[in-house]
Design a protein around this ligand. Structure first.
Ligand code: ADP
Length: 158
């Protein structure tokens, strides 16, 4: 049984993330979406809010589990028995950072394999930070996030 993790801050989960989750969950026996509790960036949603938004978004998906974690992602992977780490790659801008992180993770945990999914064309320019800005300025988020996430964003900025 191959278990994969897809880790990130998911502040909040977007349709770009969900596209990767759907595609990855079709390849592995189990996909664990790890929500990092304290990333080095300012967050809009609390860890409980991010977990609940993600849980609601994947509730119809079999083999997908949402778990929050703290500390090193490779340690989280070990703890849940994952042998694969999934990442999503947008255009060239993600590549350098992802490459650097992949090298470090390989050093820390040589047996954990990295599988990167190229982002689908319609989500190439979608990022949680950009959509938070658009939402704050009253822009329409149609097609970018699930309905319940759009509502949560609107409530945050109300
Ligand atoms: P992090 O804080 O690790 O960047 P994110 O929640 O921003 O966490 O992203 C988690 C993962 O999802 C990363 O691999 C990121 O590249 C990927 N990702 C983010 N946005 C998209 C998108 N629009 N399409 C596909 N993958 C994405």
């Amino acid at each position: 049984m191959t278990i994969a993790i897809y880790a990130g801050s998911f502040d909040p989960i977007t349709n770009g993330h969900l596209d990767i989750i759907k595609r990855a969950s079709a390849l592995f026996d189990k996909l664990i979406v790890g929500i990092y509790d304290r990333p080095r960036k300012s967050l809009l949603f609390t860890i409980d809010e991010r977990v609940n938004l993600a849980k609601e978004a994947v509730k119809h998906m079999k083999h997908v589990q949402i778990i929050s974690y703290s500390g090193l992602t490779v340690e989280f992977a070990k703890k849940v028995g994952a042998s694969v780490m999934v990442r999503g790659l947008r255009m060239s801008s993600d590549f350098e950072g992802e490459f650097e992180m992949a090298m470090m993770n390989k050093k820390l945990s040589p047996n954990l394999e990295l599988v990167c999914f190229m982002t689908s064309l319609q989500y190439q320019f979608l990022s949680s930070s950009l959509l938070k800005e658009v939402s704050q300025l009253g822009g329409c988020l149609e097609g970018m996030v699930p309905e319940h996430v759009a509502v949560a964003l609107t409530n945050k900025f109300a």
